[in-house]
Design a protein around this ligand. Structure first.
Ligand code: NAD
Length: 331
């Protein structure tokens, strides 16, 4: 099948080409993200392959359909950027990668947590400048602390398992609680208890209308003073302006983000030579107790290999009329 691959980075090309040696599709790579301005370049392709910040809203899907595209293959887990109802109305199938490496994302969340707690980012910069002073670098023992996992699915459970290994007390919240989470030795708690008792909160639920700005001025005011917040899930879970106020007042003790609500305008490209117009992001990165990574939690060899294989296997299933193992059904 002819597949237009949008937002194609060098690692996408390398790993998709490897996976395609087995599947044999015609892949055409485009650097640009899919949106209303770029959608016309997909004309004549049976499928588009897109990533987290591509836009597949009703207008884009309409244009895709007119151009002959009938499959949207997401090479990621989250699908908040696709209008599923519009896709269903247009007869466009949507597939994603349900399961690749929850370890990749959970381990990155742990890396961010350790770095923000022990101020590794500051120490790294200091020692490169022969500054071996320790002022401002004090963290706390993770052992014995309470960690809240919001969203106890595949990634949340791996994160919970690792934190249990550190000797933390792990509590969780999920709209659909799972016995697997409790079997790890963690327990479920209500949002109020998470607020009052969590020293660390890590977000692992999807972005939905229910979870939009789940971290906001109100929930932050009810959090334990000085708590650390880690978000490797989706930027829209967090009201960034409210978080900035909580950092300024000391209510939030530290913030580690791999995702950011307005990331589509900046992430996945080198803007080091340009002036960033996003004042909120610039304010965030100016705090000594904030670390931002650019949506890289998935970026391990194991994860990207599986993502590319699964994506192209889904394209093959579609081409050969087999049931789509990774189809997202409109609810
Ligand atoms: P999953 O579907 O296995 O788990 C998500 C969990 O969230 C489920 O248990 C679900 O019941 C729960 N949930 C749904 N609505 C909720 C709500 N309102 N409140 C609390 N919990 C709720 O998904 P996963 O594979 O663990 O991935 C989790 C998220 O991680 C994805 O949705 C995606 O946004 C994000 N992600 C980020 C990266 C990255 O590179 N940063 C990579 C992959 C996934």
């Amino acid at each position: 099948m002819k597949v237009a691959v949008f937002s194609a980075k060098p690692y996408d090309r390398e790993f998709l080409d490897k996976a395609n040696a087995v599947e044999g599709h015609h892949l055409k790579y485009f650097d640009d993200p899919l949106d209303l301005e770029t959608v016309d370049i997909a004309a004549g392709h049976d499928a588009v392959c897109i990533f987290v910040n591509d836009t597949a809203d009703a207008q884009v899907l309409d244009a895709l359909k007119r151009g002959g595209t009938s499959l949207v293959a997401l090479r990621c887990t989250g699908f908040n950027n696709v209008d599923l109802k519009a896709a269903e109305r247009l007869g466009i199938k949507v597939v994603r990668v349900v399961d690749y490496s929850p370890n990749s994302v959970a381990e990155h969340a742990v890396a961010l947590l350790l770095a923000i707690n022990r101020r590794i980012h500051r120490a790294y910069n200091r020692t490169r400048d022969s500054n071996f002073a320790l002022d401002g670098l004090m963290g706390f023992d993770l052992y014995g602390k309470t960690v809240a996992v919001v969203g106890t699915g595949k990634i949340g459970r791996v994160f919970a398992r690792i934190m249990l290994g550190f000797g933390c007390n792990v509590i969780g919240f999920d709209k659909f609680p799972s016995p697997e989470f409790e079997a790890l030795g963690a327990r479920y708690a209500l949002p109020d208890e998470i607020g009052t008792s969590a020293d660390i909160i890590s977000l692992h639920c999807p972005l939905t209308p229910d979870t939009y700005h789940i971290v906001n001025a109100d929930s932050l005011s009810r959090a334990k003073r000085g708590a650390l917040l880690v978000n490797t899930s989706r930027g829209g879970l967090v009201d960034t302006e409210a978080v900035i106020e909580a950092l300024k007042s000391g209510q939030l003790g530290g913030l580690a983000l791999d995702v950011y609500e307005q990331e589509a305008d900046v992430f996945f490209r080198d803007l080091s030579g340009t002036i960033i117009a996003d004042d909120v992001l610039q304010r965030l990165v100016s705090f000594p107790n904030v670390i931002v990574t650019g949506h890289q939690a998935f970026l391990t060899r194991e994860a990207v290999t599986t993502i590319c294989q699964t994506t192209l296997q889904s394209v093959t299933e579609f081409e050969t009329g087999k049931p789509l193992s990774n189809e997202i059904a409109s609810s």
